[in-house]
Design a protein around this ligand. Structure first.
Ligand code: NAG
Ligand code: NAG
Ligand code: NAG
Ligand code: NAG
Ligand code: NAG
Ligand code: NAG
Ligand code: NAG
Ligand code: NAG
Length: 853
């Protein structure tokens, strides 16, 4: 018996294809909610219910049918819009003459699995059993699917129908993901992609200067994809997201609570809500309970022009919201058509009964449910009720449905070669229809052009609307700007800020930043471990500035300028030099002029008393030369004061070097004369012969000539020149004479020092000798002062900053000159003027003799 049974099984298996076996439908049948026959059938998938009951499957029995809840009037409206368009085309004698369009619409409840199931039902028909093989292979029941409303079910349907190239046109699925033609080859839509909306929102947020924002999104393709594009763009624009939470309407209450906690504990004032109206509906109730007011909401077209949400917002939570919406539209006759509910009463009267009861808040068959509601008569008038079914604020979306149906009709018109009549026996192939729709370009009766780009998207245009509460307490969607993605980047966003009323009825733009802008004079320093919008403003360092708001770095001022007190501008550095006008310069000038005058007075006294023994005895020729050179010494200090120029720099050190050498060589001459005079008194040695007036002059000339040569070498090799010293001080420039060659300078000084030391030694040797009026003693003393001054000068000169080094040099010149003048000439003048009785030849010699012997 066994082999026979196996043979039978094999036979039945091999013949089952050729044998005229019945086709069986898998799974439960789905009845179309709305149905009307026609020559060409259009499919529709809508969410007449917006939610469903979550059922735990136990996998022990067959899964229950999906239980849809919450009747959704909006999708009834979309269905009505589709019916309206079909009827208008049916009535038209120009478009598809003689062809009637039929329709078949299903309720997907917004549930993804169900959307796929009804999409397959649309394609394959819905009989339990097709009794002939011909029936199993007939072309698809519907040629085109209109819908779905939300992105996620649309994506699911598009995935299912894509491989068969069945065109699908959505009116409200904005997810940018649906533009991916490798995944959804047959998907088209009459609403712009969120790719544009997300970017538009980011630019809008940036436009108002909000860089620290929060975000709430629907946890589906619409919210997640939209938010992803938004954050990417926001990131590029320097906007930081403090938080981004997701939410779906079927989420448990603790999830809602977490969303509310996140918003409440945040520091940002602006919340971007990438939500569908169904999700916001649930959230808004909870926001009201938790007094979540005072936030500035930024919305998407998913809820921005939804008057039902606006009507629910009695706690004024969303007042002042700003966001995008599809531009306003109007379809003639649609409103009147919609108010006639009867066409919706089709095969599935159960759904229609529910709609009717919900619409008019009444009940058929009151008998077994309580008498809390009024009895339905079936004669109620829609114009007399006010609810979201009679609300026409979604007209732009109805218009999208309408445009979609017309696009299909125009495509069919072309395929069927319609002129006055259409060719009825053309074989309709979905992929031909799809290609035809993609190429379509026509004008609606309202004058709008309809076409799709290569991604199946229409051109992107948005109104920017603002929720303003009128005096009557009603929310009003004021259009405050436009966004047009087809314009160049800088002209896309166009907002009239002055016409916006913000949250809390404010007229100023709310502020939402993590850190205030950095004023000029400071630089941004990011806070460690926080987003880039959070930073500290650090004052620029000295010599650095930042001149704009929010600068990232401070820039160094150019060499000749320096930062001002506020660190926001570079100011020219002060140029500093020892001038005649300032106190120190004035004092030094006074001192030098005073010294010169004193020298002149002394010279006058000497000239007047030149016949007296004291003057005569004192080697008057050298004395006058000394006085002359002292005068030059005093005057040469003046060349150090004033703005250094090329000439004054060269003059300074050379004049000083030469006059000082002249001066000291005179003193040296005097000392040598004293020394010689004493030696000359020793018999047998006529030294005096060797150092007469001629030799004195020659030696003075010789000593000075050496200095002149040093100076000439210095000047011809690398002369001193005026230079700007930036190093000494940051905030000022020292204008000084650069030495040119340091060797030259120190050679000049060194030579003076050498002569001074020589002079000092000679004078020291001669200090006890009986000269005229103890001159050697005074010379010793003056040389002591001279050397002391110049030895202290060197360290002081090297360590003094800027113009003080010049002052020190002048001081040294003056001090040593005064030392010479006072020590050598004042005692003599005192005797000449005050004690003329001592000014006798005897006294000279006598005194000299007693002192020395
Ligand atoms: C289309 O018009 C024909 C008559 O012109 C009518 O019988 C048919 O019911 C109409 N169909 C629709 C969907 O309105
Ligand atoms: C279609 O034509 C019928 C009969 O003329 C009319 O009652 C109906 O309003 C028309 N429908 C539309 C959408 O124009
Ligand atoms: C909201 O505010 C009302 C009145 O201002 C107060 O009674 C209620 O407790 C508040 N609710 C919350 C959750 O703070
Ligand atoms: C819907 O149509 C059926 C017949 O198709 C009718 O019996 C029923 O009364 C209609 N319902 C309403 C509310 O008009
Ligand atoms: C009303 O109830 C009766 C029986 O109680 C039922 O036969 C009828 O179909 C119901 N009508 C509606 C519209 O539900
Ligand atoms: C419904 O009411 C409006 C005004 O309230 C009236 O114009 C219209 O004729 C009514 N329609 C029906 C079918 O009673
Ligand atoms: C439509 O038909 C008319 C007459 O039947 C003819 O003159 C006209 O050229 C046709 N138009 C097209 C586009 O075929
Ligand atoms: C902006 O809005 C204000 C107030 O509504 C209006 O007075 C002004 O004309 C508008 N400006 C533009 C350019 O539309």
């Amino acid at each position: 018996k066994q082999p026979l049974k196996i043979l039978y099984l094999l036979l039945s298996a091999s013949f089952s294809h050729t044998e005229k076996e019945d086709c069986l439908h898998r799974g439960d049948l789905e009845d179309a909610q709305l149905f009307k026959n026609g020559d060409i059938m259009l499919g529709g998938v809508f969410s007449f219910h917006s939610s469903w009951r979550n059922i735990q499957e136990n996998y022990e029995q067959k899964p229950q049918q999906l239980q849809c809840t919450s009747l959704n009037f909006r999708d009834f409206q979309f269905a009505q819009a589709m019916l309206f368009a079909i009827e208008e085309i049916n009535n038209s004698t120009e478009l598809l003459p003689g062809i009637t369009l039929g329709y078949k619409m299903y309720d997907a409840c917004g549930f993804i699995a169900r959307s796929v199931k009804v999409a397959l039902a649309l394609l394959n028909g819905n009989e339990i059993k097709a009794s002939s093989s011909k029936a199993c292979t007939r072309p698809a029941e519907v040629q085109v699917i209109m819908g779905e409303t939300s992105s996620s079910p649309s994506a699911a349907i598009a995935t299912a129908v894509g491989p068969f190239r069945i065109p699908m046109i959505s009116h409200f699925s904005t997810c940018a993901c649906l533009s991916d033609k490798t995944k959804y080859p047959s998907f088209l839509r009459t609403i712009p992609s969120d790719y544009y909306q997300s970017r538009a929102l980011a630019h809008l947020v940036k436009h108002f200067g909000w860089t620290w924002i929060g975000a709430v999104r629907s946890n589906d393709d619409y919210g997640n994809n939209g938010m992803a594009t938004f954050s990417e763009t926001a990131n590029q624009l320097g906007i930081c997201l403090e938080y981004s939470v997701s939410f779906f309407r079927t989420d448990p209450p603790n999830k809602i609570q977490r969303v509310i906690e996140t918003i409440k504990t945040s520091t940002s004032n602006v919340v971007v809500a990438f939500l569908s109206h169904m999700d916001l509906d649930v959230l808004l109730h909870e926001f009201s309970k938790n007094n979540l007011t005072g936030y500035q909401w930024v919305g998407t077209e998913g809820w921005m022009f939804d008057s039902q949400i606006a009507a629910m917002d009695t706690d004024q939570i969303l007042d002042g919201a700003i966001g995008l919406s599809i531009p306003k539209a109007h379809v003639n006759g649609l409103r009147e058509f919609m108010f006639n509910v009867k066409p919706l009463n089709s095969s599935n009267s159960d759904l229609f009964t529910k709609l009717w009861e919900e619409l008019f808040s009444c009940k058929f068959n009151q008998s077994h449910s309580g008498k809390n509601k009024k009895e339905c008569t079936g004669e109620e008038n829609v114009s007399e009720v006010k609810n979201s079914f009679t609300d026409m604020s979604l007209m732009p979306i109805f218009y999208n449905v309408y445009k979609g149906v017309y696009a299909v009709a125009h495509a069919l018109h072309g395929i069927l070669n319609c002129n006055t009549t259409c060719e009825k026996n053309v074989h309709l192939d979905p992929s031909t229809i799809l290609q035809q729709i993609q190429r379509i370009h026509f004008k609606t009766k309202e004058g709008d052009e309809v076409y799709f780009n290569e991604k199946g998207d229409p051109p992107a245009k948005y109104d920017i609307i603002n929720w303003q509460r009128g005096e009557n307490g009603m929310l009003n969607f004021a259009v405050v700007g436009l966004y047009d993605a087809s314009l160049p980047a800088d002209k896309q966003l166009n907002v009239n800020i002055s016409s916006i009323i913000w949250s809390k009825n404010m007229l100023q733009v709310p502020v939402s930043v993590c850190s205030e802008k950095c004023p000029p004079g400071t630089q941004k320093v990011l806070q460690k471990g926080r987003p880039i919008c959070c930073f500290d403003c650090i004052r620029c360092a000295e010599g650095e500035i930042s001149d704009s708001m929010d600068s990232v770095t401070c820039v160094r001022c150019p060499l000749e300028s320096w930062s001002n007190e506020n660190r926001n501008a570079c100011v020219k550095k002060n140029i500093e030099f020892l001038s005649f006008k300032e106190i120190m310069g004035g004092l030094l000038t006074g001192a030098s002029l005073c010294g010169a005058c004193m020298t002149v007075i002394v010279a006058v006294i000497f000239v007047k008393y030149r016949k007296t023994p004291l003057v005569r005895a004192n080697n008057s020729e050298l004395s006058f030369l000394l006085l002359f050179s002292l005068k030059l010494c005093f005057l040469c200090s003046l060349t150090f004061i004033g703005q250094p120029s090329e000439w004054s720099c060269m003059l300074r050190h050379t004049a000083f070097g030469i006059t000082f050498v002249l001066c000291i060589s005179c003193v040296l001459g005097k000392t040598i004369v004293v020394l010689m005079a004493f030696k000359a008194t020793i018999p047998g040695r006529n030294v005096m012969k060797w150092f007469g007036p001629i030799q004195q002059r020659l030696s003075v000339l010789g000593f000075t000539l050496v200095q002149v040569i040093i100076c000439i070498i210095w000047l011809s090799n690398s002369p001193p020149f005026p230079s700007k010293n930036f190093k000494e001080f940051n905030d000022k420039i020292i204008l000084e004479c650069s030495l040119g060659s340091a060797v030259g300078f120190w050679a000049v000084l060194g030579y003076i020092g050498f002569l001074a030391m020589l002079c000092f030694m000679c004078a020291f040797l001669a200090r006890k000798l009986p000269d005229n009026f103890n001159e050697a003693k005074f010379i010793t003393f003056s040389m002591l002062i001279f050397c002391a001054v110049w030895i202290t000068f060197i360290p002081a000169y090297v360590s003094s900053p800027g113009k003080f080094s010049v002052a020190v040099e002048i001081f040294a010149i003056l001090a040593s000159s005064f030392g010479l003048l006072i020590c050598i000439f004042f005692p003599k003048c005192y005797v000449i003027v005050m004690k003329p009785e001592k000014n006798t030849k005897r006294n000279m010699i006598g005194k000299g003799a007693t002192n020395n012997f």
